[in-house]
Design a protein around this ligand. Structure first.
Ligand code: URA
Length: 222
């Protein structure tokens, strides 16, 4: 990727982040501390799409920087991908919260919030043009594959995502962290299968576009 192209993408992503920072389409735009647009390599082969920012992400304005983020980094490292070589974002760019009478708690984004934010996610995909999309957790998977998608039954399979991008869904790292007892190793085994599928897809040769046909110039006029 040329430096000029990388710079062009960086500018487009910075402009997208500025738009999101001004966005107040949803009520959660008014309760957030920071918007969390996304970060990583603008030329990444892999884009990871999570659910939405949690408390730590909201405080820092960065995706996946809490406990789930630490696990995500270990998952990526296991398939040879340093965090900064991946592009990481979420279906919604503001922290979805619920006031329980004492404090704000995290909740899953609702369909209206995901619909309001979808344009921003689509723009990120359009700018980065990843070779693979990895949706983490049911809300992210459903945002691409519809409300009937079952993360337990349909994770680990390949689908066609936006811009014909190969898409696979897996369990969210926060879900993995919540497992106890015998479930832990079973869930980890499934996630490892999914990560290996991502690695294998990324290792496939990049298709080279066919060169434009060369037409014979009219060398001698008339
Ligand atoms: N969980 C998510 O889905 N996204 C984050 O950015 C952090 C936690």
């Amino acid at each position: 990727m040329s430096l000029a192209e990388r710079t062009r993408r960086e500018h487009l992503l910075a402009s997208g982040a500025a738009t999101v920072e001004r966005c107040r389409r949803c009520a959660i735009g008014g309760t957030r501390s920071h918007s969390v647009y996304g970060e990583g390599d603008p030329c990444a082969a892999l884009m990871v799409v999570g659910e939405g920012p949690g408390e730590t992400e909201d405080q820092l304005g960065r995706p996946f920087v809490g406990r789930a983020g630490e696990l995500l980094e270990r998952m990526l490292a296991a398939i040879g991908l340093p965090r900064d070589e991946v592009y990481i974002c979420n279906t919604v760019k503001c922290r979805p919260t619920l006031f329980d009478g004492v404090r704000l708690r995290n909740r899953a984004p609702d369909p209206d919030e995901m619909a309001n934010c979808r344009q921003y996610l689509d723009e990120q995909i359009e700018i980065v043009r990843p070779r693979v999309l990895l949706a983490l957790g049911a809300p992210a998977a459903k945002s691409f594959l519809g409300p009937g998608f079952s993360i337990t039954k349909q994770r680990g399979q390949w689908y066609v995502g936006p811009l014909e991008t190969p898409l696979i869904a897996s369990f969210h790292p926060a879900y993995i962290l919540r497992q106890t007892g015998g479930e832990v190793s079973a869930v980890k085994r499934l996630v490892w299968d999914d990560l290996k599928a991502v690695r294998a897809r990324l290792d496939e040769p990049v298709p080279v576009p066919a060169p434009a046909p060369v037409t014979q110039p009219d060398l001698f006029g008339g």
